[in-house]
Design a protein around this ligand. Structure first.
Ligand SMILES: CSC[C@@H](O)[C@@H](O)C(=O)COP(=O)(O)O
Length: 352
């Protein structure tokens, strides 16, 4: 069975504490928006889709307990709480787009005289709950499209070696995963020879989470340190790189975990196709290019320490951007639930 990072039943939300993995499997109760903001900001839950889903579900849990019977007050509170949740982490766009959609729904329900306060609440919560199912369906479609695109470039029925970065699996989504979903689909098709996953310094999502998922799923995999990517591509034939995204701009420039950009440069040098696997909810058509994507900077401690153990020389200054932007020119294709698109062709699916 796949790992489950989000456990939800109406009125009850728990998330698997990613900071404790792989050593401990502990679920944290998220009783409302304040808890939702904290688990996202502290990175107890990470990954753009999972951040959006957990944030919105934390609002669903809070709303269920709310006894307000005034729709206007409910609408106002919902808007404030969603904007607050969006502020927990600035780079991933999924939560911002989900918040905009939910605020529109709240406006419509509040303005409709035929909708009672009870029915407003019910329809609003149901809409949030549907995100869980939709994300898994989208990821399975991404997996299939990605698998097909990678296999299409091969001659005969040769085996595939893939490199991935950060965590994009069941832990970073509602389930199945995006880039890791593509890897899962390749594995199912018996064409996957091997996966290489990077450690993903400084927070080690690759070593802690992706490696954990790959071992759990019995996918043949090897962990490498981030600085080994060029050596790996020189030493072994890598068929493709597949990574996730936190925000894709309208021109295809893609923000993803720090280190993605340099992997794309190395891939270009070695003629290795570089794919971004992301649902449409990671594409921000309001931004012309990656230059306008806000890059989150994380506390120094995430670089200088491993857990509570300091590894960096005391007194040294740090720069800790959590993401970088890979220019569209380095990206072979963006794998979405609607198919694989050239980065300069996103208007085909999402007209501006
Ligand atoms: C399907 S997850 C895609 C991205 O969100 C992922 O690659 C990533 O960068 C995660 O960053 P994180 O800082 O752990 O939230």
């Amino acid at each position: 069975m796949s790992l489950e990072s989000i456990k939800y039943q109406r009125g009850n939300l728990e998330v698997l504490d990613q900071l404790l993995l792989p050593l401990q499997t502990i679920y944290i109760k998220v009783a409302g928006v304040e808890d939702g903001w904290k688990v996202i900001n502290k990175m107890q839950v990470g990954g753009a889709p999972a951040i959006a889903i957990v944030g919105c579900l934390s609002l669903a849990v809070e709303l269920l307990k709310d006894e307000t019977s005034d729709k206007k007050i409910m609408r106002q509170e919902i808007e404030g709480k969603l904007n607050y949740l969006v502020s927990a982490r600035p780079t991933a766009v999924n939560i911002k787009l989900a918040a905009e959609e939910l605020i529109n729904l709240a406006n419509t329900l509040s303005a409709d005289e035929n909708v009672s306060a009870e029915s407003f609440k019910e329809r609003f919560i149901t809409c949030i709950e549907s995100m869980l199912v939709k994300d898994i369906e989208d990821n399975k479609a991404i997996g299939e499209f990605g698998c097909e695109a990678i296999l299409k470039q091969l001659e005969g029925d040769s085996q595939v070696r893939v490199l991935t970065h950060c965590n994009t699996g069941s832990l970073a989504t509602a389930g199945y995963g995006t880039a890791l979903g593509v890897i899962r689909s390749l594995h199912k098709s018996s064409r996957l020879e091997h996966v290489y996953c990077t450690e993903t310094r400084p927070y080690n999502q690759g070593a802690r989470l992706t490696a954990y998922e790959l071992v759990h799923e019995k996918v043949p995999a090897t962990l490498i340190v981030d600085s080994m990517v060029a050596a790996l591509m020189h030493a072994r034939k890598i068929t493709a790189v597949v990574v996730g995204a936190d925000r894709v701009a309208a021109n295809g420039d893609t923000a993803n975990k720090i280190g993605t950009y340099q992997i794309a440069i190395v891939a270009k040098h070695h003629n290795v196709p570089f794919y971004v696997a992301a649902p449409l909810t990671s594409i921000d058509m309001s931004l012309k290019s990656g230059d306008s994507i806000k890059i989150e900077e994380r506390p120094d401690k995430e670089m200088t320490h491993i857990g509570d153990f300091r590894i960096a020389a005391p007194g040294i200054k740090c720069w800790n951007p959590s993401f970088d932007v890979t220019p569209a020119s380095l990206i072979t294709g963006i794998i979405t639930e609607k198919g694989v698109f050239a980065p300069n062709n996103l208007q085909e699916i999402l007209p501006p």
